[in-house]
Design a protein around this ligand. Structure first.
Ligand SMILES: [Cu+2]
Length: 299
């Protein structure tokens, strides 16, 4: 059992690539990969400990099964065994606890917004605003603002946050109305978006691709459709994307004017896009008059 804990610990510590996935995502971010390693190490430790316990039970059942009516040897205590089965679990828990704290610190660590990443590139700043029922992604340093709700966006999967791979992306997460949850499975990460609370965290993408996200706190009628996606692209593609968004009018919205920048889903706008048939580029292009619906929903 101590062997299990030590092996689990060795897995967590070592740079070795032997991390069974156990159906989890290996993590598309540096932080998510850290969490994945904890998950994998814990599962491996659990399987080893469980296996040893199962073997001991089986051995005891077979070795000491009833053979005659003779009374077996009777004794009340065995100090050695009692100390052993107290100390071993403590060691296992201590090892797992140690690596969990290390990982949590890594996940929660944020670089100052003005700092540079390890690659010496600027930090990309994104303010993520959750609202009933959608998401708004503002890039204050780039003048870009993208918003959408429900089945807007690529593949009817809500608005899309585009981020560069290999650069530190700092997210400032806020809510406009009620409690929402920012969750991306491939990031092994979830965090509250709470009114009155600002949550800041870093994401360092280590993989290109598009990753589905969703709200994980029941926030009202359309909670289940409060989808979004994160697209990881190369830094060059990211800069091109940002410029194209500005050119299309997907720019920052004045603070306090609401989270949406296009018509709500129940009222298709003049371009006829409302029930998920909008091209991604139109999200954010519509007038801001629709913000009143959000204000009403929040009231
Ligand atoms: Cu929500």
């Amino acid at each position: 059992m101590v062997g299990g804990a030590i092996l689990g610990g060795a897995l967590l510590l070592g740079g070795c690539n032997f991390y069974p996935t156990y159906w989890a995502d290996t993590g598309a971010t540096k932080q998510g990969h850290d969490i994945f390693k904890i998950y994998s190490g814990m599962m491996t430790t659990g399987i080893i400990v469980g296996g040893i316990v199962l073997l001991l039970i089986t051995w005891t059942v077979l070795r000491y099964r009833r053979r005659s009516d003779e009374m077996p040897r009777q004794f009340h205590e065995h100090i050695g065994i009692e100390i052993t089965y107290t100390i071993i679990p403590i060691i296992i828990v201590a090892v797992l606890f140690f690596f969990t704290v290390l990982s949590e610190n890594n996940v929660d660590a944020t670089v100052p917004a003005v700092a540079t990443s390890a690659q010496g590139k600027p930090v990309v700043d994104v303010t993520v605003t959750a609202f009933q029922w959608g998401w708004r992604f503002d890039y204050p340093n780039l003048g870009v603002g993208v918003a959408g709700e429900l089945t807007d966006g690529p593949n009817n999967h809500g608005p899309q946050m585009v981020v560069p791979e290999g650069e530190t992306v700092q997210i400032t997460l806020v809510s406009n109305d009620t409690i929402h949850g920012f969750y991306v499975r491939a990031f092994n990460f979830s965090r509250y978006a709470q009114p009155g609370v600002t949550n800041v965290f870093d994401l360092d993408l280590i993989r290109l691709g598009t990753f589905d996200g969703q709200c994980t706190q029941f926030c009202g009628l359309y909670h289940t459709d409060m989808l979004f996606s994160v697209k990881s692209v190369t830094p060059d593609q990211f800069r091109i994307w940002a410029a194209s968004q500005v050119a299309q009018g997907n720019t920052l919205q004045a603070p306090g004017t609401g989270a949406q920048n296009r018509a709500p889903i129940s009222a298709p706008n003049s371009s006829g896009c409302g029930q998920g048939n909008c091209p991604a580029s139109t999200a954010g292009a519509a007038p801001k008059s629709s913000n009143s619906s959000t204000a009403k929903a929040a009231a």
